[in-house]
Design a protein around this ligand. Structure first.
Ligand code: EPU
Length: 419
């Protein structure tokens, strides 16, 4: 298993380009199952998660070609069963359920389990399919959904922790081929949901309201092939902004949509960093003394849960007491114990982390536990004195395209040890 070694204390400067969004690319790849015609997707990031999704599509019968960031999928004939062996590696595999149900009127997909960020139920996805007239059965670790035909309906997809991103994607992908009109109330408004809706519209779907809490979908008989550029990854962008804040002299991220991460730039501004936004780029620079802040994760446009761990790393060396509350995945704090091993002072009180900023972190061997927690450890390593060794780097490779190479371009002393 690969490890990443970081020699902290080397200031970052310069610019890097942000890759296509993982969380857009995954459901958009799944959406190619909705048509018999070829689809061409550009800016698909080179990540293990996108590779897993392509493997699932191929298992289902699609032909896939990949040339650098461009992926062509031809799902002329497909089957509707995705077994455990092909879906177990990635929870987002669940988003093939909607397109398979839409096109084949049945789908059997192995159920995703929980993961280190907490329980990951799919009850809201299933509620949406049932509202469209599908029967749902859970047997032998698989979820089976089937319907002689899908009929438009009104359904709310907000649960205890707010709207569901992949649930909205899934139900929208089934509803585009249902008879009549579907209204999804309490829909997720994340930019990735809007990107998927835009791709579906290019395929011939009739969808209104993407980016609002109410989606109105007028079902069509069939969809056709389409071409699409995946939006920039706002979480990768946010992670590099925090890298610039934690260890930078002035770092610019290019090929971003600043509006998509305004909650992150607002938080960094509140911490005392200088942020300059242009049309497609953002620069973060130090600006005197950093301040502690209070922060809570919320559905978009609030502060993203996928940036919570990285902010913990930043605030761990910001003088004063900062408070972070995780409202989406209350148990998503696996990075805390590892950051403490590097000298951070933080205390968990339920879903809230109380962080007492320390003057310095010390490099240590630490273990990545999930994607964003791993990124937080790398960020802490950039600041820490001495060497930080991050193991289980495969978590990072799931969601960050060439993170170590991009940080190295900015001047970080970072290397990957193949293992
Ligand atoms: N939830 C339910 N029932 C459901 C679905 C979700 O109770 O049927 C709960 C979840 O347990 C959670 C909340 O609703 O408390 C929100 O979960 P959501 O369904 O929105 O998460 P997701 O769609 O499974 C996506 C991203 C995550 C990101 C979340 C929240 C992808 C592939 N994954 O997951 O990204 O944290 O939305 O924004 O898009 C990551 O990239 O590191 C990552 C974990």
């Amino acid at each position: 298993m690969d490890k990443i070694l970081i020699h902290g204390g080397h200031p970052l400067s310069g610019s890097i380009k942000i890759s296509g969004s993982k969380n857009s690319a995954l459901p958009i790849l799944a959406a190619t199952l909705l048509t018999r015609e070829p689809c061409i997707l550009r800016r698909v990031p080179d990540l293990s998660d996108t590779h897993y999704m392509l493997q699932i599509l191929m298992h289902l019968g699609a032909q896939v070609e990949r040339a650098s960031g461009t992926v062509t999928v031809n799902a002329e004939t497909i089957e509707s069963i995705a077994p455990y062996e092909v879906v177990r590696k990635m929870r987002a595999s669940v988003c093939v359920l909607g397109p398979l149900l839409g096109r084949c009127k049945e789908a059997t997909v192995s159920l995703p389990g929980g993961c280190v960020i907490g329980d990951r139920p799919i009850d809201l996805h299933l509620k949406g399919f049932e509202a469209l007239g599908a029967a749902v059965r859970v047997e032998g670790g698989n979820v089976k959904v089937f319907a002689p035909k899908l009929i438009g309906a009104i359904v709310s997809l907000t649960g205890k922790f707010g709207p569901t991103v992949l649930g909205t994607d899934n139900v929208m992908m089934a509803a585009v081929l249902a008879e009549g009109i579907t209204v999804i109330e309490g829909a997720a408004t994340e930019p990735e949901v809007v990107d998927l809706a835009n791709f579906l519209i290019k395929m011939g779907a009739k969808i209104e309201g993407a980016g609002t809490r109410r989606l109105i979908i007028d079902g069509v008989k069939e969809l056709h092939g389409a071409e699409h550029d995946v939006i920039p990854d706002r979480i990768e962008a946010g992670t590099f902004l925090v890298a610039g804040a934690i260890a930078g002299k002035g770092v610019t991220i290019k090929r971003v949509v600043p509006e998509h991460i305004s909650s992150v730039t607002d938080a960094l501004t509140a911490c005392g960093y200088q942020i300059q936004c242009a049309e497609n780029s953002i620069t973060v620079s130090p600006n005197g003394t950093a301040q502690p802040i209070e922060l809570a994760t919320e559905p978009y446009p609030g502060f993203p849960t996928d940036m919570q761990a990285q902010m913990c790393a930043l605030l761990s060396t910001t003088d004063g007491i900062s408070v972070i509350t995780e409202n989406i995945f209350p148990q998503r704090y696996m990075h805390v114990a590892e950051l403490k091993r590097m000298g951070a002072h933080m205390q968990l009180e339920g879903a809230t982390a109380v962080i007492q900023g320390v003057e310095r972190l010390l490099g240590a061997p630490v273990m990545a536990s999930d994607l964003r927690a791993s990124a937080a450890l790398v960020l802490a390593g950039l600041k820490a004195e001495g060497q930080t060794e991050v193991s289980r780097v495969y978590h990072i490779d799931r969601g960050y395209e060439h993170l170590d190479e991009k940080l190295s371009e900015l001047g970080a002393h970072i290397e990957r040890m193949k293992g």
